[in-house]
Structures are given as C-alpha cells and as structure tokens.
Design a protein around this ligand. Structure first.
Ligand code: GLN
Length: 397
C-alpha cells in the first residue's frame, strides 16, 4: 500500500490560533452567560437604516456592485469625509469599499507590503493584526504602550530597522479605550516622516469617543500621502454583521488595495452598500445621540466594575474597558482561566487580556469587558459581578 499523506492545514494557517474573541462568544452561549466578550451591540440598528436596506432589496439591488464599491456609497463617503472630518478625498481614486474593517486591514497589508517588510504594532493590540501579518508575510514588531497605555515615541523609534515599512495605529483604541492625544499623534507622524513609513490606521471606533470629535490622521501635515485609513459602518451604525467597511488610500496605493480586495471577496453586499450610503447623509444629531448613549453605557459599567473591585480607568473611546484582575487571580491562574471561571461563577463572559499581546504572559492579569450592550444587559452584568465579588474572601489590593 502506498503511504498517502493525510490532509493537513497549511503551514501559514498553523501559525495562528482561532480568534479568542469569537471563541468567547461561543463559550458565553454554551453557558448562557451575558456576553461582554466580542464587540458587537445587543441592541437594534437604527430603524431608518433597516428601512433603507429593505428598500434596496425590494429595488432588486441583488447583483455585484462595482468591485471597489457602489458609486453611491463612495460618493456619500467622500461627502461625509468633507462634512465630518474636513478632508477632501476623491471617491474614484482613493476609496475602496470592503467587507468590514477586518477585510480592510488585511487587504491594505497585502496590497502595500512585501513579505519580510516590518510593521510596528503598538501593544496591546486588536488580535487580528497578528494573523494579518502572518497572512501577508509582513514581520510584526510589537511595541509596548507606555504607562497609562500611551504611545511611547522612544520605544517606537528604537523598533525601527532597515526593513520597517509601516506602523499600525488604532484610535480610538481596542482594547484599552485610549484616544491618542495630540502629542502622541504628532510624535508618531514625525516618526513616519523621518523613516518614510506608511501608517495603517484602524479608525473603526471613530464615532464612539467621549473626548471631542475624532481627528482623522489624514489631516496631519504630510500624512495624506502615506496613510491608509481603515474604517466602516459596523460600529457607527451598529451593524457588525453587515460587513461594510472601507479603505481610504493615497492614490498611488489604491490599485494595490483594490486588486487584493477584488480577488479576496469581489465586493461588499450590494444592497447594504446602498443603505449605508443613505445613512452617511444623516445629520450630526445622530452622532450626538450615539455618543450620549455610549457614554451612559460606559459610565454604568465602569462604576459597576469599580464597585465590584475591578481596577480600571474610564475609557476615552471605543466600547471596551480593560481591567487589571491581578487581585482576583488564584495562585497559578492566568487571564484565560480566570475568564472561564468568571463565565462559570458569575455568568459574565469577557475576553482574556492575553489575546491582545504577542507574549500571553504580558496580558496575564488583564481582561476586557465590552459595553456595546443595552443598559438592562449591563445592569444585570454589574449585578452578577457585584454578587460574585461579594462572595469572595476579602482581599487586600
Ligand atoms: N472588534 C470586535 C472585538 O474586538 C469584534 C471583532 C470580530 O469579532 N470581528 O471584539
């Protein structure tokens, strides 16, 4: 009998593990726990947006849109960028509509980086960036954020080498809730100019922040020609399952992104592109409402966590709270084991902090809570966490 090799996954796919964030959703479901793990809302999307989608379906918009995005959506986005961000972007040469920011980031990396190019990633970081690098052949250099999750210009500078081509920036930041300040951003832009680096900015939480309006990196001096903005409708319009995202790129890089996007997915869902185009024309009151609602959710969860003894700062943006659970850990317990225990004992699911670090040991005392949830959901979660914490023996820290 000839020896027949058993089927196996590719070496590339073997290099990374299944998403812990998505896995925690399954764990939550299996235990009937409240899911404060994966970042998605448990409340409905705006009624007018759903109506627009229904209309698009009834109008038989069922076939492929233009690969890089329906003209109506690219046009509406360009207008939105002018109105809400103060930037002029040509929709024909600089916008690619993709299947969510997740595809946007991998399409941007595959479209502009060569295998072996190094890319700086501030840590902690959203877990997708690791596999994105493996899939695109880029070499990640993880650069720890400084105290208070601040960008550390010296550490970034020290990480630049001859093969460094790009930096990933995510602001508002997942998982820490930081909105990087002027000084941090200016320092980063100087670094990009000094070393001729591209900046890949994940701005998916751009409308969920509490510190004033979002300032896109495209506005920073000279950054327009070296920045690729990745964002989308998922968080702003509470439709993470629609998969409508975009990449705004310098003209010279757009064809790289578009070609990769075309062969990865052909295009984002056509009727939903039409609906998002309509929503982008809504006036500013929508965003004020969104922010006020998220502020109330944030304040409820942060207060509840702190009362239960979780150590955390008040997030400046996005919809996550990173909490230091060192004082809750049992001897030998790490963040992953603790997160599972919290599901079993308190009925609340979170994401273990190690998912956001290259070396899991650095995230061992952290877990992340998501508060993109109805106030009732958060009230119940806070009640459960409070009850759980009060049953524990008193601890000193
Ligand atoms: N960005 C969200 C999170 O961090 C969800 C991402 C996803 O599961 N695609 O939880």
């Amino acid at each position: 009998m000839p020896i027949v090799p058993t089927p196996h996954a590719s070496a590339r796919a073997e290099c990374f593990v299944e998403s812990v964030i998505r896995e925690m959703t399954r764990v939550a479901d299996a235990h009937g726990a409240i899911n404060l793990a994966q970042g998605f809302p448990d409340f409905p999307a705006p009624e007018a947006l759903k109506e627009a989608a229904v209309e698009a379906l009834r109008a038989d918009i069922n076939q492929y849109a233009v690969t890089w995005g329906a003209p109506s959506l690219r046009g509406a986005l360009a207008e939105w960028l002018r109105r809400r961000r103060g930037v002029e972007v040509d929709p024909d040469t600089r916008i690619t509509i993709v299947c969510g920011a997740t595809e946007g980031m991998i399409a941007a990396m595959l479209g502009v980086l060569d295998p072996g190019d190094e890319i700086l990633i501030p840590e902690p970081f959203y877990e997708n960036y690791g596999p994105d690098c493996i899939l695109s052949g880029a070499q990640p250099r993880f650069v720890p954020l400084a105290e208070g999750f601040r960008l550390d210009p010296e550490a970034l500078e020290a990480a630049v080498g001859p093969r460094t081509r790009a930096v990933v920036l995510n602001t508002p930041h997942n998982p820490t809730g930081r909105v990087f300040g002027r000084e941090e951003i200016e320092g980063l832009c100087r670094l990009c100019h000094r070393h001729g680096l591209l900046l890949l900015t994940d701005e998916i939480y751009e409308e969920i922040l509490y510190t004033g309006p979002h300032r896109t990196l495209l506005l920073e001096e000279g950054m327009d020609e070296r920045t690729l903005v990745v964002s989308g409708a998922s968080k702003t319009f509470s439709v993470t399952g629609w998969r409508i995202g975009w990449v705004i790129s310098p003209e010279s890089l757009t064809s790289g992104v578009r070609k990769v996007h075309d062969f990865l997915t052909v295009g984002a869902p056509a009727p939903l592109q039409e609906a998002v185009a309509r929503a982008l024309a809504w006036d500013d009151a929508f965003y004020d409402g969104l922010r006020a609602e998220y502020r109330a959710r944030r304040d409820l969860l942060v207060r509840g966590l702190q009362e239960a003894g979780f150590r955390c700062e008040t997030p400046e943006g996005a919809y996550y709270v990173m909490t230091d659970v060192a004082s809750f850990l049992e001897p030998g317990e790490d963040d992953a084991a603790f997160a599972l225990r919290l599901v079993r004992e308190a009925g609340v699911a979170t994401v273990p902090g190690s998912s956001f670090f290259a070396d899991p040991a650095r995230g061992r005392t952290w877990i992340r809570f998501c508060y993109a949830k109805r106030l009732e959901t958060l009230e119940e979660a806070v009640r459960r966490l409070g009850a759980w914490a009060s049953q524990r023996p008193a601890c000193s820290s």
